[in-house]
Design a protein. Structure first.
Length: 92
């Protein structure tokens, strides 16, 4: 358990169409207003450089403007293999 499994389940497994995900977590705005999750061990915020069409999703390439590396000891950061069993909120 990375301690971030709950966040992965909330943001990866529930549809935002009927759920206010940010009402369920502690967060604060970054300098540009993007939400920063309080329980995330590491994060970065950035300026969108490129948008990438990925079929039913859009990917973003960011130029970091704010960075917070991990500040507390823990296992490796959460990876896909840690959460691949989460059922997506929407079908692909």
């Amino acid at each position: 358990d990375h301690g971030e499994d709950r966040l992965a389940e909330l943001f990866g497994g529930e549809t935002g169409d009927s759920v206010d995900k940010f009402a369920r977590v502690e967060w604060r705005p970054s300098a540009d207003g993007s939400p920063l999750l309080a329980d995330a061990r590491a994060w970065f915020a950035g300026r969108i450089e490129t948008r990438v069409d990925a079929g039913d999703h859009v990917g973003f390439v960011l130029a970091p403007t704010e960075v917070c590396p991990p500040v507390r000891p823990a296992p490796a950061l959460l990876r896909y293999r840690d959460v691949k069993e989460i059922d997506p909120g929407h079908p692909a």
